[in-house]
Every structure is written in structure tokens, then in C-alpha cells.
Design a protein around this ligand. Sequence first.
Ligand SMILES: [Zn+2]
Length: 318
Amino acid sequence: MKKYSNLKKVELHCHLDGSLSPTKVSKWTRKDIKTVEKSLIVKKPLDLQAYLEHFNYAINLLQTKTRLKEAAFELCKDMLHENVIYAEIRFDPVAHTKKGLTLKEIVESVLEGISSSNLKAKLILCMKRERDTEVNKSVIDIAKKYLKKGVAAVDLAGSEENYPTNLFKDLFTYAKEQEVPFVIHAGEAGTFKDIEDAINFGAKRIGHGVKAIKDFRTMETLKQKDIPLEVCLTSNIMTKTYDNFKEHPVRRLIDSGISVTINTDNRTLSYTTLTDEYNLLNKHFGFSTKEFNEMNKIAIKHAFLTDREKEELLKNFS
Ligand SMILES: [Zn+2]
């Protein structure tokens, strides 16, 4: 058994379509597991755009209610297997409308998959930078409908380089008007300015946010406002955000006092688990069990949970 697999864990940044079970996909497609893995897993680092294209294979498989439900259930099972006690799972519902499913059917199917597992988990619905505002607004609308029924928030994903965060002021003004909380992928392929914009819009957490390290003021703002980063180490290597682990700023970010949580981003696509991430953090940066527990407490503090739910989960780390 791998080191840290028994450690209790919380995950706040994991994409459903990037985390499909190869065994399940092999059953769906009747293809052998090796062939399936070739399509699902990114074996060597790619630039973010090429990496994101790998999502398409998974997305095309997830166009029915049954498959969406099964995919969510399997992901929860994988998480439980490595002692995840709470997760926020995200996905882009609009991507699953290709064969006529409605957003309502899509969200309900994934929620059903989660609730048929034993994992305590909530959903974050992703909007895409590449999409029209009206389509993105429909994601905010469906999130609002399912708030407190399993959906926790919305997110913005997609190409930061081509669609910088400052373009989305009106979208997040709308989310605020609708009282739908949000997180934003920012400062991954983009710059620290994307992080500042995301903070100014009112993001509760920053997806990745590693580029904060480039700007002292951004780092100060993250600390002052106590906005955590959802760091995904392996993913940043696979998308060439950093050439190697040593260059990754995770240690420097934490030592500066910024709140950091550890996440997989895409378990299958990046061929990792939370346990693997902990092992890599231990190997390359010397992180200890005590520090992992602290990061899990930070994750709970900033999760979309009630105070009572947080108190209950925190008991696992006392
Ligand atoms: Zn992500």
C-alpha cells in the first residue's frame, strides 16, 4: 500500500470528465483497457490547449444519463478508496448536451451518481471562457436551481491565455446577483493579473493560482483576504506550466503564509491520485503528515459547507 493512502483527505478541485475510470470506459466501449488508457491518459507533458483536447474523448463518452451517473459513482468510489472524506467534484454540464440531454438531466444524473455512493461530496458547475455569455449564464441559472440540493458553486475554466479573466466581469456580476458562489481557474496558464481580477470579482477560491508567486502584491491580497489556492501539482507539470517539480512554487506559496489546498485536477488524464500527489509533495518538497493535515483543515475551512458540517469533518484531523 502506498504511503499516505490511509491518511484522511479532502479534495476541492477534481474534474469528473478528467477522472473517468478506465475499467468503466473499457466496459462501455468494449475496448481493451490498454487502448482505453491510451485515449484517456496524457502520458507526457503537453501545452494546456492540447491537454484540454484530451477531455474531448471523455466528454463524447458521457452523453447519456446512465453514463454520467456511473462516472460520478465510480469517481466517488475511487476517492473513498484512498480515504477522501469530502470532495467537491466539478464538471462542465454544457459539454454533455451533444446528444440532446438537458442541463437539468445532466446535473441530476451526476448528483444521483454521487448520492448513490457513500462519499460526502458536492458539485461545482464549470462555465467555459470560450463560450457565449448567455450559455455561461445558463450554467449559473441551473446552479442556482440546485444550490443546497448538491450543487455548491460555479467555476470558470478554459483558455486563460486567449480569454483573460477581466473579460468576465459581467458574468460574475450576474452570479453575484443570483447569489451563486463561485471559484475561478486563474493564474494557471494566465498571469497574476487573472488572479487579481478573480479576487476582485469575488471568487471564494482560486483554481491553481500558482502565478501569484510572480507578484508580491497578489500574494499579499491572497493572504489578507484569506483566499486559498487549489494547487494541482502533477497537472501543472502535464500542462507545462512548470518544466519540473523543483520549479513548482507550492512550497514557497505555503511558506509565505498563503492558504493552499492539494488537489488532483484530473485523476485519469494526469494519471494521479491524491495519495500520489502527497507522495510527490513529500518527495520533492519534504511535506510532512502534519502539513497534509493542516492543508486538509484549510480545505474544510474553505469548502462550500455549513459551519456544522465543517465542525463534523474537522474532527477527523484533531
Ligand atoms: Zn481544473
